[in-house]
Unconditional design. Structure first.
Lengths: 287, 285
């Protein structure tokens, strides 16, 4: 089984649009949405939820006002500025439990967080594992791990060939959790200075974790000088530019209609996406 | 006044709005790039950097000559960042949040702490605009400590504009927390709309008033407008879908520099935000 994760560094470069198209093009796969705090893949794949699970992770300090003598030790030891005026701020608390352990009055308890939910769904394209992190919750990296593990076990059980993962933007905790141990990363960028800067950083992360990468330049005709520069940079880095997708309003139109673009129309962008998928599926991981 | 710019969905134009707002104000303004995973403000503003300071989190260092391997440190660590196996203490620095519980609670007092660099905070200026940015090192997972360091440098005598990262989880909460106002930038697509609703829930949980900037406006999709009027969220600005704006951005040119007529619109946006913040303060007192 081959695990392909789609990342970008910069947000909004087209990860989900591309993953949804792969969902329609690839056979024998499980889909996986690892952008757990702003998951959008389900908007295109229209899943029927089969299983809903609670994601319990981390703890939050609770202070019993009746027992609290306002000594202030909790506030003093907390390094996350999560206790102000003897009241914990659940959005700042990192659940370390330091305050709970030192409170001389035993006025603090640690409560487990319901930090979100994760789902196993059926789509017309195959199984989808996805999640929703609770509002202002942490531990998105752990939720990503849960989603990936479940996608893997479905893939193994059903003898599937691919895990196709829609990753989060950035380079931090949920990206690392989505990437580490995957077989191939597809990095979607755009020919803007921001897109290029962010691509370099996400290439650095792929290298750090030893995951081979391919690049796709989306809206390449927005700035062809920048596109040339990205191609040059990738050549120097030994990374293949596997596709250059043109800007096309039909993509936005397909999104608004909630249909993966490869099923919405025929045209050059669709051919490019088909070629991209065949390159990825044939890639032996040498990137 | 602290104004943060967030979005839910990535690539909707946070940095475009943050930089144009700062440039329109021109002085008595500070811009803080809290998207420490992918900071982009510097690309558009080309600031002169005058200082760079490493961000370290404190991780435990066990004096093995004095440790009696009681295992208390491993028991108190909520992040499994320290393990004691027979007469070996293992520290996993990348899991450590730097809470300090292990060193404080070690019965033998043999744990000291040493800083581990996870990023940098850079300060500088662009004309009369103060510039601060955080940058997470490649391969590091924890953005919030870097964001906290950036926010330590907020100058309360000026207007502080914070550019946040996409999403709604801990790095965004850290960036947006304690703002007087949060501007949510979105686009008229089902993704933009869906992620806007998550971002609105987040700022409401933090008790911060918010307003919306609709970027790439002009399509037939009107769920964002409907939602804003249903929820009574002010729609403060529309930036049309315009290839010229996209091309300017691709070259690193800000909207107000490429199209100076936008300056007045951003000033108007700022004054509206000032009014909303003043009203919000009155309601609270």
């Amino acid at each position: 089984m081959k695990e392909i994760v789609v990342l970008s560094g910069k947000g909004g470069t087209g990860k989900t649009t591309i993953v949804a198209s792969f969902a329609a093009l690839a056979k024998n796969k499980v889909l996986c949405d690892c952008d757990v705090d702003a998951a959008d893949l389900h908007l295109l794949l229209k899943p029927k939820m089969k299983e809903t699970h609670e994601f319990r992770s981390g703890q939050t300090a609770i202070i019993d006002e009746k027992l609290c003598t306002s000594c202030g030790l909790c506030e003093e030891v907390c390094r996350f500025e999560a206790i102000k005026d003897y009241k914990p701020d659940p959005t700042a608390c990192e659940g370390c439990g330091f305050c709970w352990r030192v409170c001389p009055e035993n006025a603090i308890t640690m409560e487990e967080n319901l930090a979100g939910h994760w789902y196993i769904s059926e789509t017309k394209y195959g199984p989808l594992v996805h999640a929703r992190l609770g509002i202002a919750q942490e531990n998105s990296g752990k939720l990503v791990n849960v989603v990936r593990q479940n996608a893997r076990s479905i893939g193994q059980k059903e003898g599937l060939e691919y895990i196709i993962t829609d990753g989060p933007p950035g380079i931090g905790c949920p990206v690392i959790s989505s990437l580490s141990g995957a077989n191939l990363a597809l990095l979607v960028t755009e020919p803007t200075l921001s897109g290029m800067h962010d691509l370099e950083r996400v290439i650095g992360v792929c290298r750090h974790f030893g995951v081979p990468a391919l690049v796709c330049i989306n809206k390449y005709d927005l700035n062809e000088d920048n596109t040339c520069q990205i191609e040059r940079y990738c050549l120097e880095q030994g990374i293949e530019v596997a596709a250059k997708l043109p800007f096309d309003n039909i993509v936005t139109e397909s999104l608004i209609n909630g249909i993966p673009v490869v099923e919405y129309c025929r045209g050059s962008i669709v051919q490019q996406l088909e070629t991209l998928w065949s390159k990825i599926s044939e890639n032996k991981g040498g990137g | 006044m602290i104004i943060s710019i967030a979005s839910g969905k990535g690539g909707t134009g946070k940095t475009l709005v943050a930089t144009s707002l700062a440039l329109s104000l021109g002085k008595q303004v500070q811009i803080l790039d809290c998207d420490v995973e992918e900071p982009n403000v510097h690309i558009l503003l080309q600031p002169t950097i005058v200082q760079s300071k490493p961000v370290c989190i404190l991780t435990p260092k066990v004096d093995k000559t004095k440790c009696d391997y009681c295992g208390e440190c491993a028991r108190v660590c909520a992040y499994n960042a320290i393990a004691v196996v027979k007469d070996i203490v293992l520290v996993f620095p990348e899991l450590c949040h730097g809470c300090g519980a292990c060193s404080y609670l070690c019965p033998e007092k043999v744990i000291s702490e040493e800083g581990r660099e996870i990023g940098v905070v850079e300060t500088g200026y662009c004309g009369e605009i103060d510039f601060v940015q955080g940058r997470l090192n490649i391969g590091e997972a924890m953005a919030p400590p870097v964001i906290r360091e950036v926010k330590q440098l907020i100058n309360k005598t000026k207007t502080a504009i914070i550019d946040a990262s996409p999403g709604t989880s801990c790095p965004v909460v850290e960036a947006v927390r304690d703002s007087d106002f949060c501007l949510l930038v979105t686009e008229p697509t089902p993704f933009g709309f869906h992620d806007l609703t998550l971002a609105v829930d987040m700022v409401k949980a933090l008790g911060i008033p918010c307003g919306v900037v609709l970027n790439r406006a002009g399509s037939a999709y009107n769920r964002v407008e409907e939602y804003c009027s249903e929820k009574d969220i002010p729609l403060l600005m529309r930036i049309p879908l315009d290839m010229e704006i996209a091309r300017l951005y691709s070259r690193g040119v800000t909207l107000v520099q490429g199209m100076p007529e936008w300056r007045d619109k951003f000033l108007e946006l700022f004054h509206t935000i000032e009014q909303i913040v003043a009203e919000h303060r009155q309601v609270r007192t």
